[in-house]
Design a protein around this ligand. Sequence first.
Ligand code: ZN
Length: 164
Amino acid sequence: MTQPATIATGKVVSIHYVLTVQGEQIDASPEGEPFEFLAGAGNIVEGLERALLGRLVGESVQVSVSPEQGYGLRDPQGEQEIPRSAFPTDFELEPGMQFGAEDDSGKVVPMWVKTVGAEMLTVDFNHPLAGETLEFQVRVLGIREPTQEERRHGHPHGPHGHQH
Ligand code: ZN
């Protein structure tokens, strides 16, 4: 008798999810467009991945993910002011925009624009969801083997996966 497929490292998993933070729904996969991830490849936050391991197709899972296993704790030093002149003048800057900035060692780290003033803008190196407890409601829709290419890339492809 074959065992039913369960979520395990190396499988491509499709789910429907709703993400709620402090009682407010902030993200969800559109109905009919499942979200796919490669289990064990860091495609999703650690706490959610852990909670989904071993689950079956058809299962509904409610997971509360701590900041430590989500987008990390907030670093109060992560907020910085930089002059508007560091960007091209014709560049539209808006709160919520994400950029990559090089740190001293040349590593690219993400940052988010918080506020835009005439002279200065405030950027934040914290993920917008850092410090938040993430409430996920997940329905497991499918589990399959990855293609060789997906395994090489470390993420799923296909109509609802990652596009190149
Ligand atoms: Zn790829």
